[in-house]
Design a protein around this ligand. Structure first.
Ligand SMILES: C[S@@+](CC[C@H](N)C(=O)[O-])C[C@H]1O[C@@H](n2cnc3c(N)ncnc32)[C@H](O)[C@@H]1O
Length: 429
């Protein structure tokens, strides 16, 4: 495979191309890297390659003419190259994209600098744009080096043990399992026993499971495309059951009314049913109703009895299955105590609020907490929302569900809860 790098800093590549497996691959002729100084394609005596952007604005841009000349010169030589511009706006470089590019015999890698390149070159003379991540570098050279390394690893013979490439993270869609080397005991930290057992089948099984665990915890979205066996799927199911320790509490007291005064709100039958069904569907461990008022509790108890052991249970057992998760408690304190006893640790409390008052924990982060197996309690308010004394106790705030077109986001607590739980568990369930 041949890489033709167009850059204003050919010296940037000097040492990276000499060292390690990349250096050896070049020495052995498995890959070729040719460096082309863009300035050699400028025609003025100062070798100018940049100019100010039309319309004003900061920075300089690569002019089209030297780039065009460089590309035309390289295109004339066989085999036909694919012209790749390294750009933060390009396709994200993943293992799959790398595999696709590795099938090309010859790549031209265009390294931008300053504010980038004239748009007409990008639009009419570039075949592909590749980004190495969602951040901005000074120039395309570091990105070109990353691309050269990634593609070289996929070329047969470059990495001595090809098996190790096949077992790398991403190769089969999963992250790699943890690895250990000597000493067996390092500062009191032991190597997992199974790796010392000599039982290769057991070791392979352990590694596969660890690979699934690491991927589930850190990059669950990869599991959707990974090549999984029936045994993998069964293990992932088991992992989800074990890790998912999510609870929901619908708080009737203390909440605030329209004037911001602390009140206890009354019970809503729809909340009881709909949230219990959400809890059962998404595998939550319990759905707490926090209500200290005894007359309100009496109504809830009567309804629960109807559905759990009365005619409702016989008429609609599926509903009983969901309502079994309901726990009627007098205070949030009681709820916390109960979860602490069941789980052996206090839950991470995630508060919800329709108003974007506080910095919110991104849903992705909250999902990571849940996947790590920490017990987590979602706090939902009734009336005009959770009272400040509850909000203050929360570990994190979840962002309000925003309106799609404007600021209107007045959802019922049932709708908000369904959306929140779905967003949290999208990657888990
Ligand atoms: C300072 S950047 C220009 C950024 C450009 N003004 C923008 O906002 O999209 C200069 C050059 O660095 C390279 N570059 C910067 N970040 C990159 C990334 N994440 N992946 C690939 N190339 C990158 C590109 O070649 C780019 O033309």
């Amino acid at each position: 495979m041949t890489f033709e790098v167009v850059t204003i800093f050919p010296e940037y590549f000097e040492s990276p191309l000499k060292v390690g497996l990349l250096g050896k691959a070049i020495e052995r002729g498995l890959i070729k890297v040719r460096l082309h100084n863009l300035r050699d394609f400028a025609t003025d005596k100062h070798h100018t390659v940049d100019d100010k952007p039309f319309g004003g604005g900061e920075g300089m841009l690569f002019k089209p003419e030297p780039l065009f000349r460089a590309l035309e010169t390289l295109k004339k030589q066989p085999p036909k190259p694919r012209i790749v511009y390294l750009s933060p706006q390009g396709r994200l470089l993943t293992h799959e994209v790398a595999r696709e590019l590795a099938s090309c015999e010859r790549l031209v890698l265009l390294c931008g600098r300053y504010e980038g390149i004239d748009e007409r070159i990008r639009e009419h003379f570039v075949d592909d744009e590749i980004s190495i991540g969602d951040y901005v570098l000074f120039g395309g050279e570091a990105a070109a080096l990353v691309l050269i390394e990634v593609l070289s690893r996929l070329i047969p013979g470059v990495v001595g043990c090809e098996d190790s490439v096949a077992k790398d993270s991403f190769a089969d869609g999963l992250l790699k399992h943890p690895q250990y080397t000597r000493p067996r005991n390092f500062l009191g930290y032991e190597v997992p026993e199974v790796l010392l057992s000599g039982n290769h089948a057991e070791i392979e099984r352990w590694r596969r499971r660890k690979s699934l665990e690491v991927t589930f915890e850190r990059r669950p979205e990869l599991l959707k495309k990974a090549r999984l066996t029936e045994e993998d799927r069964a293990y992932l199911k088991h992992l989800k059951r074990e890790r998912l320790r999510l609870y929901l509490a619908l708080v009737h007291y203390p909440v605030v009314n329209k004037e911001g005064r602390k009140i206890a709100s009354s019970f809503t039958n729809l909340d009881l049913h709909d949230l219990a069904r959400v809890a059962r569907t998404y595998g939550l461990k319990a759905y707490y109703l926090v209500q200290p008022l005894s007359d309100q509790r009496a109504i809830m108890e009567e309804l629960l009895a109807f559905w759990l052991s009365g005619p409702g249970a016989r008429h609609n057992p599926d509903r009983a299955e969901a309502l079994k998760l309901v726990r009627l408690r007098r205070s949030l304190e009681e709820v916390l105590q109960e979860i602490r006893e069941a789980e052996g640790q206090p839950p991470v409390m995630l508060a919800t609020d329709a108003r974007p008052l506080r910095p919110a924990l991104p849903y992705e982060e909250a999902g990571r907490i849940i996947r790590s197996g920490q017990p987590t309690l979602i706090l939902l308010g009734t009336a005009w929302g959770l009272a400040p004394e509850v909000l203050e106790r929360a570990d994190h705030f979840l962002a309000p569900i925003p309106g799609a077109l404007d600021d209107y986001n007045h959802l019922s607590v049932r709708s908000a809860a369904s959306i929140i739980v779905d967003r949290l568990l999208r990657e888990v369930v």
